[in-house]
Design a protein around this ligand. Structure first.
Ligand code: MN3
Length: 237
């Protein structure tokens, strides 16, 4: 995997050299260099897949506004600032995560990159009028792995509640088997070799405006009313 990352970095050099050359040409022509170099940041904040108030009253427009527009955006901005002009410039988000996971010297880049990825995934894990019954094919997998949908939800809630401090609860696939895992801070299942299917953000910023310290109320409301089982089935593939 690391070999692939190193190979993947080569085009970034070429791209930067090309951009520098292009910028120099534009400067010579009297065009501001930032037109060429500053036009497109490496990573961007995806739009929410629904309106700000679409998850109300489980999650208010205020919560989504701060969570997406401030917290998620800050991770994107930090990541762009940290990778600009480095070996990691030009790599995809997934490549940045793979190249920095487990490396203490790259912790800031990893944390911001992983949080961008986690939030991209979290917004898709929710939907208006979610919860309820999973599609039949997903339900079969859930019952094979947990015994019942209720047991699966109970295990997800327990993981979300027992994650000490900031982190995430996940439904993930380990080959054919589904399992629930929790991760601290920015950690994510892909670095554990698992395929993520659903994410529940249990950082306080995800629920504090609406639920204050009542994390259990937030988690149960998400599982009953917002969780996007169709997305999980799509990810299971
Ligand atoms: Mn968050």
């Amino acid at each position: 995997m690391h070999t692939a990352i190193l190979n993947g970095a080569a085009p970034a050099h070429n791209r930067r050299d090309f951009l520098r050359a292009a910028a120099a040409t534009l400067v010579a022509l009297g065009t501001p260099a930032r037109v060429a170099l500053g036009a497109a940041p490496e990573h961007s904040l995806p739009a929410l897949p629904y309106a700000l108030n679409a998850l109300d009253p489980v999650l208010s427009a205020d919560t989504l506004g701060y969570h997406h527009g401030k917290h998620h955006k800050a991770y994107v901005d930090n990541l762009n600032r940290l990778v600009t002009g480095t070996e990691l410039a030009g790599l995809s988000l997934e490549q940045v995560i793979a190249a920095t996971a487990g490396k203490a010297a790259q912790a800031a880049v990893f944390n911001n990159a992983a949080q961008v990825w986690n939030h991209n995934f979290y917004w898709q894990s929710l939907r208006p009028q979610g919860g309820g019954e999973p599609p039949a094919e997903l339900r079969r997998h859930i019952e094979a792995s947990f015994g019942s949908l209720a047991a699966c939800k109970k295990e997800l809630a327990a993981a979300a509640l027992s994650q000490f401090g900031s982190g995430w609860a996940w439904l993930a696939a380990d080959g054919d088997r589904l399992k629930v895992v929790k991760t601290g801070n920015a950690e994510l299942p892909v670095t554990l070799g698992l395929k993520p299917l659903l994410a529940i953000d249990v950082w306080e910023h995800a629920y504090y405006l609406d639920y204050q310290n009542r994390r259990a109320d937030y988690v149960n409301a998400v599982l009953d009313k917002l969780v996007n089982w169709e997305f999980a089935l799509q990810k299971l593939g």
